[in-house]
Design a protein around this ligand. Structure first.
Ligand code: SAH
Length: 245
């Protein structure tokens, strides 16, 4: 039986920031341009996909991608043989995602829906849930994490990625990425919404998710390449498993 949780279903307007959603909608037409503002996501994607696969093979699995945007991760997981549903609250990126999937002849279901509402609709229906580069854009990340935990099957895995909050992450992710290297448009990130791994882990545990692994995401400004490895000072990934009972 689905566990009973205090979800914010019915209050789905509360956990969104319209200004954040508008920012992503404005840029949506460039989502699949690998030299655009979304270059970092395109460059990072093969690494995070391989990391997810290493924890939990995707082929044949029912996967939910929360905050899927234009579908970079969703499509790549579908190519690995997963049955992917992508949800987001910004309509334009979802429109781009739908068109791109048709052109690429990839089967992904995209829905404009709050994760809290999907959790009320389909508890424990997904083998894996991914929620990448999204938590730092929502007013109440703990509510998103709780909903992800409700959506995954017992023993299933949830994968998060976000930005740590400290001086180094401010220098690298805001000053470096937005002002010096101009990898991202100014104002993409709000330092106050960055999330320490200890905070993310605490919210995960409160939702019955066991933290399995934390991995740092590193960007080399000279080679302009990403790699994964120890050190969660700036960007990081967190793999969690829902307790089996
Ligand atoms: N996860 C994707 C896109 C990251 S960009 C990837 O890593 O490739 C952040 C995405 O989060 C945007 O598409 C934005 O519209 C979405 N988002 C922001 N607030 C949201 C919310 N409250 N609910 C669902 N999606 C949200």
């Amino acid at each position: 039986m689905p566990r009973t949780v205090a979800l914010k279903s019915g209050l789905n307007n509360s956990n969104r920031d319209q200004a954040e959603l508008a920012k992503f909608s404005q840029l949506a037409h460039r989502w699949w341009d690998t030299e655009s503002e979304f270059k970092p996501l395109h460059d990072l994607n093969p690494h995070r996909l391989a990391w997810i696969e290493a924890h939990a093979p995707l082929s044949g699995q029912r996967v939910l991608d929360v905050g899927c945007g234009g579908g970079i991760l969703s499509e790549s997981m579908a190519r690995q043989g997963a049955h992917v549903t992508g949800i987001d609250l910004a309509e334009k990126p979802l429109g781009v995602a739908r068109l791109h999937a048709i052109e690429a002849e990839i089967d992904v279901t995209y829905r404009c829906l709050a994760v809290e509402d999907l959790a009320a609709e389909q508890p424990q229906q997904f083998d894996r849930v991914t929620c990448m580069e999204m938590l730092e854009h929502v007013p109440d990340p703990a509510s998103v994490i709780q909903a992800c935990a409700t959506l995954v099957k017992p023993g299933g895995m949830v994968f998060f990625s976000t930005l740590n909050r400290n001086l180094k992450s401010y220098l690298m992710a805001i000053l470096g990425a937005e002002y010096l290297l101009r990898l991202l448009p100014r104002g993409t990130h709000d330092y106050g919404r960055f999330i320490k791994p200890s905070e993310l882990a605490r919210w995960a545990r409160q939702s019955q998710l066991d933290v399995v692994h934390i991995e740092g995401v590193h960007y080399h400004p000279v080679t302009r390449h990403y790699h994964l490895g120890p050190g969660a000072d700036v960007n990081y990934l967190m793999a969690c498993r829902l307790s089996p009972c």
